[in-house]
Design a binder for this molecule. Structure first.
Ligand code: KG4
Ligand code: ZN
Length: 338
């Protein structure tokens, strides 16, 4: 399918997912192939950067070929090649970038480097034709937790961020402490269905009054201390109750701050983005709080919340129409900010 549309081939390899997608006019996903390495990293209890790089290298050609064939297009039909340039694991990013450069050079198409976090936010455009900036966004992933005001496509102001652990990092660490293993976020999401969120109370950390920053390392320590003190006393722990209590404490803080930010900034729309935004309990709590505050909530489907290349193709489109291209000197920026 081309029909006068702008087609972008997008590549994402910032962590442990090798993904390629073809996106038309920034909003229509023609293909979105995601090759997950979760099973491999589960053996080690977390992502091992060198292993992630090796698997990206092994998979990226096949994943790209599949993205093109599923979209029923060839490289000649593509208008630009987009790739995640950061933030992420440097060894993982360079594989996607080298691959995208090679494809761009061989096909003579322009190259567009995309900020992974802008990509996460852009995922919301895919299923919501009416959505356009400005709006408030909550970005919650394995590496970031931020409230940002999106003022234009690919432009935003960070109003608050985590001062220590990202929310996803806290989910992953707590899951390990209570014996759930990796990947922690989805496991806590599931097991907490069987737990009582009020059985073990964890302190909500709101920081100074009016602050939109977050801190999740304290709650992680609370969980560790609770588990250790139970074990020392020879008492059992109930992982489902701990998971539910921890998750509820994190959700209460995230939801309160995000809705406060939207109300204070006079924004009547909130976009949820990033891997943790696929958490069912967070999605439900945000829906309820936004409903009460008269705010419209945009929640991308779970597959568009976790890492994928379609979101990169979407963000790249808005750089494409502004003529914001990159040269072959494009480099990985592991610590890239918004
Ligand atoms: O956005 P993402 O796929 O990768 C990064 O850019 O970091 O987010 C991954 C993070 C991991 O920490 C993972 O545990 C968390 O998102 N996550 C979840 C859920 N699904 C993924 N956290 C809570 N509940 C979930 N259902
Ligand atoms: Zn991500």
């Amino acid at each position: 399918m081309k029909d006068g549309k702008t087609l972008i081939l997008a590549i994402e390899s910032s962590c442990d997912e090798t993904s390629a997608a073809v996106v038309a006019d920034g909003r229509t996903v023609l293909s979105n192939i995601i090759s997950s390495q979760i099973e491999i990293h589960t053996l080690y209890g977390g992502v091992v950067p060198e292993i992630a790089s090796r698997h990206h290298l092994e998979n990226i050609n096949a994943v790209t070929d599949r993205a093109l064939s599923e979209a029923k297009v060839g490289l000649d039909d593509i208008d630009a090649v987009a790739v995640t340039m950061g933030p992420g694991l440097v060894g993982a990013l360079v594989i996607g970038i080298a691959h995208a450069k090679a494809v761009a050079l061989a096909s003579g198409k322009p190259l567009i480097g995309v900020n992974h976090m802008q990509g996460h936010i852009s995922a919301a455009y895919i299923e919501n034709e009416d959505l356009e900036p400005p709006f408030m966004a909550l970005v919650v992933s394995g590496g970031h937790t931020s409230i940002v005001e999106v003022t234009d496509y690919n432009r935003c102001d960070v109003l608050g961020s985590t001062r220590d652990d990202a929310a996803g990092e806290a989910f992953d660490k707590v899951a390990r402490v209570i014996g759930l293993g990796y990947p922690g976020g989805p496991k806590i999401d599931m097991i907490s269905d069987e737990g009582d969120p009020g059985a073990v109370e964890f302190k909500r950390v709101f920081l100074e009054k009016g602050s939109l920053d977050f801190s999740f390392s304290g709650i992680k320590t609370q969980v560790i201390n609770y588990v250790n003190s139970r074990k020392q006393a020879g008492r059992e722990i109930n992982p489902a109750d701990i998971a539910a209590g921890f998750q509820q404490a994190v959700i209460d803080v995230i939801v309160t701050k995000t809705v406060d930010a939207a109300v204070a900034g006079n924004r009547d729309r909130i976009v949820m983005a990033g891997g943790v935004a696929s958490n069912r309990h967070l999605r439900a709590a945000m829906e309820e709080a936004c409903g009460a505050a008269g705010i419209r909530l945009y929640r991308p489907s779970p597959v568009l919340c976790t890492d994928n290349a379609a979101m990169i193709g979407c963000a790249a489109y808005y750089k494409y129409i502004k003529g914001e291209f990159d040269g072959l000197s494009l480099d990985a920026c592991p610590n890239l900010e918004f």
